[in-house]
Design a protein around this ligand. Structure first.
Ligand code: DQA
Length: 152
């Protein structure tokens, strides 16, 4: 097992910039910045360098996924509502072939039927939903473990 530092990109999609004020009964009271700060605290423990990106625009998210080729070993993505619709984002992950974990704060399978279909999920290393912001921590630990297991 290698101890090399891994590069992981944390990508959040539409309306996740409003975490903390947006429907707190569903998404919790923590802001995205607080979640990112907590992840940054865990990153050194699991020997990962993190980058953070959030956009409300599908094209900007596709650009960010394309940027991962050669710059990241893995990614954590909560694509928000685009998770249920974006073939473009799935195509981008297929193009760059960067392993990723999909996160949802809420349990999308316990919500409206239109949230049950997850376009990216079939390509993900794993999908975590319903654990609130803790899901990002689980994703980071799980992705780091997965990436290290794959390395020679
Ligand atoms: C979400 C679930 C999506 O259905 C929703 O559109 C979001 C947030 C979640 O984290 O639970 O924006 O991805």
């Amino acid at each position: 097992m290698t101890v090399d530092t891994l590069r992981v990109a944390v990508i959040n999609g539409p309306n996740l910039n409003l975490l903390g004020v947006r429907e707190p009964a569903i998404y919790g009271s923590e802001s995205l910045q607080q979640i990112e700060e907590r992840l940054a605290g865990i990153a050194s423990e699991v020997k990962v360098t993190l980058s953070f990106f959030q956009s409300n625009s599908e094209g900007a998210l596709v650009d960010e996924v394309q940027r991962l080729r050669g710059t990241a070993d893995g990614a954590i993505i909560n694509a928000g509502a685009y998770s249920h619709s974006s073939i473009a984002l799935r195509d981008a992950f297929d193009a760059v072939a960067v392993p990723f974990v999909e996160v949802h704060l809420s349990n999308v399978h316990a919500r409206e039927p239109e949230r049950h279909r997850l376009i990216l999920a079939g390509r993900a290393v794993g999908v975590i939903c319903g654990l609130g912001s803790y899901g990002y921590e689980v994703a980071l630990r799980g992705l780091a473990r997965h990436l290290r297991a794959k390395k020679p």
